[in-house]
Design a protein around this ligand. Structure first.
Ligand SMILES: CC(=O)N[C@H]1[C@@H](OP(=O)(O)OP(=O)(O)OC[C@H]2O[C@@H](n3ccc(=O)[nH]c3=O)[C@H](O)[C@@H]2O)O[C@H](CO)[C@@H](O)[C@@H]1O[C@H](C)C(=O)N[C@@H](C)C(=O)N[C@H](CCC(=O)O)C(=O)O
Ligand SMILES: Nc1ncnc2c1ncn2[C@@H]1O[C@H](COP(=O)(O)OP(=O)(O)OP(=O)(O)O)[C@@H](O)[C@H]1O
Ligand SMILES: N[C@H](CCC[C@H](N)C(=O)O)C(=O)O
Ligand SMILES: [Mg+2]
Length: 489
């Protein structure tokens, strides 16, 4: 592709050299991935500054550079005010603006994004669409899955793969938009058609300055919807959440408020939430939809409400919504049971924030027959202030809490556990640094009818220690110790 045609779209730029003769076959923001005829874009990161890797990029075959600071190089340089914005525009242009040809649903909020993504995926599939998912668990294009490093990948990856989705005849993309991604402009240039807000509670205060700053980052998804009323775009917002107005105010478009309150535009009523199933009615302005789902807990009613509100906007017939919801057995690592005939319940869940842990434990508390044993830890190099709150949530609802490690990353797990438990007194908890040992202890101490909640890692198949990811899967470990106990008895 001719470089001049591509950079025309950047609007503001200053070049150091003649670019007319240059054609590029690739764009990269990582010097290690550069090959011949690559346009290298220097991004200032949290760890390092891409401007320092120009020599590396040149050695690997870069033919031109996009930079926001002055750089010494023999290659032609295109200077822009923001390389992050430039990268998104370049990627969108290079891949032929793939998002314009796709129906893109973006979901943000602290909890419930992945679950809502899965619900919508099944509903759209039931309605005959070919879908793709981008989120925490992985990326799915039709039946093909691809691992992801981030819940929301960077703009280059996104536009490249949206293009692939076009080629694979996908029509609907359902993607999570994390606050980090929104703040770092990873979704710039993605033409969202529908955006969804699930909820906002404490998380990521290591990265965002405070809750307002965090809410602002989330609201960027709503401002990114644009301003053109002739488009049939919509925001779908949890009206019961304290931050709903921040989100609705950020968008010039109409929005669909959903919730449990009487005056919600789309509301759930007649809730009957059992241990293994939920039934309730969703009232839309058009009709009442009787929902039967295997998903449990009030928080999942909210996730289903979000998904049904989107389906309402797309005029998906209620029969298809009902069928899809009835079929969904669960989302990997979200309230996932490990069942091999033991007389107690073992549940693996991805609750890794105070609110999600509280919600899950509240749900378990309502259905418990005997005790609740919770195994939980907090991630290293992440929001320290959520640690004591997560421990409090565990203590509040559990008869035994086993505090342990969850991806300590570069931190000493002992210090993380001190942050979690330093303020606690009493003997209803134990600190067991080794997660495998903590799970073992939980399983060996379980009595008939107990519920063991193993929280924080959900679908994850690793434990990250000092930059190294070692294989670790709560579900496998739990199964191993249940079997061991079964053999001994
Ligand atoms: C703090 C943070 O968000 N970091 C993200 C950020 O990386 P960074 O700013 O550290 O990048 P960097 O390593 O400093 O590199 C800067 C630039 O130099 C380039 N470079 C670097 C080295 C080199 O040899 N050559 C080179 O060119 C890099 O390619 C990059 O362009 O940009 C990268 C690319 O987009 C992300 O992968 C990375 O996510 C890291 C891995 C991460 O852990 N992020 C978490 C906090 C995160 O984003 N989580 C959210 C989900 C949260 C939730 O919802 O719960 C997510 O969306 O995943
Ligand atoms: N609507 C909700 N409100 C509160 N907690 C929820 C909700 N939905 C799910 N949870 C809890 O939060 C955990 C994570 O859910 P899910 O993966 O759907 O959220 P997410 O927003 O994608 O999280 P992440 O930010 O890690 O990607 C679940 O395992 C469950 O414990
Ligand atoms: N997306 C979240 C995942 C947290 C999962 C938990 N297991 C942890 O490592 O803290 C984060 O990066 O903060
Ligand atoms: Mg997620």
């Amino acid at each position: 592709m001719q470089l001049t045609g591509l950079i025309d779209k950047l609007n503001i730029y200053k070049t150091e050299d003649e670019l007319n003769h240059l054609t590029i076959s690739n764009i990269e923001q990582d010097s290690r991935k550069v090959r011949d005829n690559t346009l290298f874009v220097c991004i200032k990161g949290a760890q390092v500054d891409g401007h320092h890797f120009i020599a590396d990029a040149e050695a690997n075959g870069a033919c031109a550079i996009v930079a926001e600071n002055y750089v010494e190089t023999n290659l032609p340089v295109i200077y822009v005010p923001s390389t992050t914005k430039a990268l998104a525009i370049l990627a969108d242009q290079f891949y032929g603006s793939p998002s314009q040809r796709l129906n893109i649903i973006g979901i943000t909020g602290t909890n419930g994004k992945t679950t809502t993504t899965y619900l919508l995926d099944d509903i759209f599939k039931e309605f005959g669409h070919k879908t793709a998912i981008i989120g925490t668990i992985d990326m799915k294009i039709g039946n093909q899955t691809y691992p992801l490093n981030n819940t929301t990948p960077d703009s280059l990856f996104l536009h490249k793969h949206l293009n692939l989705m076009n080629e694979e005849n996908v029509d609907t993309v359902i993607m999570e938009a994390s606050s980090h991604a929104l703040h770092q402009g990873r979704v710039h240039g993605v033409q969202f058609d529908t955006v969804v807000f699930t909820n906002l509670t404490q998380d990521h205060l290591d990265y965002h300055l405070n809750m307002n700053d965090y809410a602002y980052a989330k609201s960027l998804l709503f401002s990114q919807l644009g301003n053109d009323y002739t488009d049939n775009k919509i925001a779908v917002i949890n009206a019961d959440d304290h931050y709903s107005e921040v989100m609705s105010n950020a968008s010039a478009f109409p929005y669909i408020p959903y919730g449990l309150a009487d005056d919600a535009f789309i509301k759930a009523t007649n809730l009957d939430l059992q241990a293994d199933a939920s039934t309730f009615v969703i009232e839309t302005p058009k009709e009442a939809i009787h929902v039967e789902s295997k998903l449990t807990g009030k928080f999942n009613v909210y996730n289903i409400l979000a998904a049904v509100s989107v389906a309402y906007h797309y005029q998906i017939p209620k029969e298809q919504i009902q069928t899809a919801l009835r079929k969904i057995g669960g989302v990997p690592g979200r309230l996932e049971k490990v069942e091999i005939g033991q007389n107690f319940t073992v549940i693996v869940d991805y609750a890794h924030t105070p609110d999600s842990l509280e919600n899950v434990l509240q749900t378990l508390n309502e259905i418990k027959e005997n005790r609740i044993i919770t195994v939980v830890g907090c991630g290293g190099d992440r929001d320290r202030s959520k640690r004591p709150k997560m421990a409090d949530a565990a203590i509040k609802y559990s008869q035994l809490s086993l505090f342990t490690s969850d991806n300590p990353r570069t931190e000493d797990p002992k210090n993380i556990l001190k942050d979690m438990t330093g303020h606690l007194k009493g003997d209803e908890f134990k600190v067991i640094i080794d997660r495998q040992e903590a799970i073992k202890e939980a399983i060996w101490s379980a009595q008939k009818g107990d519920i063991i909640l193993i929280a924080g890692k959900g679908h994850e198949t690793y434990q990250e220690v000092n930059g190294e990811k070692r294989h670790f899967d709560d579900r496998e470990v739990a199964k191993q110790f249940i079997e061991e106990r079964q053999k001994e008895s």
